[in-house]
Design a protein around this ligand. Structure first.
Ligand code: HEM
Length: 307
């Protein structure tokens, strides 16, 4: 299946890493709660916005399939969330620290990862294949260009995360509109200078988050970006104009971080097609491909744990 090809490609790039997530492999589990704002209730009937505290499981991660990679690289970080509303509805998502994704189709995902993987013959990626793919798919360089311009993040808790894919909201009267969302850190966005980076260990992010949360809960403002007619709902490599209206829709608070790797996150996947009534996935093919790929990765890593 395409999902198996995607997960195989991720394994080919990172090497076999038993029990680890095939993407966002390095990370840690945390928890907290979410409170919806009144402005969101005008846009969606989803009960997670009713203003009550909704418990949340969170996982922060470093992009890529290597659980022992460095936290000092310029790559995306992840914020994955699972909300459980009082009526039992679950809402899951996995957000990244870039406003755009690196491919516009699930098929391109496979080739994008493969052209960056070592060719068995040489032990290195084939520069000709990489060049040819880049020329045929210039949009696949946009996310990397964005990340290269940002400093290495100083904290999982002081970073902006975007949902990237479009979703459809339905209000109580059945009216529909498309949005993309983001989580804006109350601490501001904090990056590291070359000087600061030198003194840090490779695994500083988990300890930094534990220390930060021990002092005070870490908050994020949840914002909905409203699409206007003509905005691309299907291609996550294309950001919508900055002029699009942003609605302050809620507040996420992280107040507990697991002491060690593991925790409640390991047995689940953060599947962005699991949405509550009032929030629907768009037709974006990348979004719709994620459920199967996450399921394949979950199946492999859980059966590895059992062995
Ligand atoms: C065709 C597109 C995609 C494929 C094939 C793919 C594949 C995967 C896989 C296999 C995992 C590991 C899942 C698990 O073991 O639980 C994963 C995790 C993750 N993905 Fe994707 N992904 C895709 C698109 C995206 C997009 C568009 C985003 C950003 C909005 C994203 C953000 C993440 C994050 C943050 C994680 C880590 C989640 C966690 O901490 O559990 N992915 N992805």
């Amino acid at each position: 299946s395409l999902a198996e090809q995607q997960v195989n490609a991720l394994e080919g790039l990172a090497g076999k890493q038993p029990t680890a997530r095939r993407s966002g492999a390095k990370g840690l589990c945390a928890s907290g709660h979410f409170t919806g704002h009144a402005d969101a209730r005008a846009l969606t009937s989803a009960s997670v916005f009713n203003g009550d505290k909704v418990p949340v499981i969170a996982r922060f991660s470093v992009g890529g399939g290597n659980p022992k990679g460095t936290d000092k690289a310029k790559s995306v970080r992840g914020l994955a969330l699972s909300f459980t509303a009082a009526n039992g509805e679950v809402w899951q998502m996995a957000n990244i620290s870039a406003p755009i994704f690196f491919v516009k189709s699930p098929e391109d995902f496979v080739t994008f990862v493969k052209v960056r993987s070592a060719d068995p013959a040489t032990g290195k990626p084939d520069p000709e294949k990489l060049k040819a793919f880049n020329e045929a798919h210039p949009e696949t360089l946009l996310q990397g260009a964005y990340v290269a311009k940002q400093p290495v993040p100083a904290s999982y808790g002081a970073l902006n995360y975007w949902g990237v894919n479009a979703f459809e909201l339905n209000d109580a009267r059945g009216q529909s509109r498309f949005v993309r969302w983001q989580f804006v850190p109350e601490a501001g966005v904090l990056g590291l200078s070359e000087e600061q980076l030198k003194d840090l260990p490779n695994d500083f992010l988990a300890d930094e988050l534990r220390a930060r949360v021990a002092k005070a809960p870490v908050g994020f403002e949840f914002k909905l970006q409203l699409a206007e007619p003509g905005d691309n709902l299907l291609d996550p490599t294309q950001a919508w104009p900055d002029s699009r209206k942003l609605v302050s829709a809620g507040r996420l608070v992280i107040d507990k971080v697991e002491a060690m790797a593991g925790g409640d996150c390991d047995r689940i996947t953060f599947n962005p097609l699991i949405t509550p009534k009032g929030i629907k996935p768009s037709a974006d093919p990348v979004l719709n491909a994620r459920a199967a790929a996450y399921g394949v990765s979950l199946g492999r890593r859980l059966s590895e744990t059992a062995n």
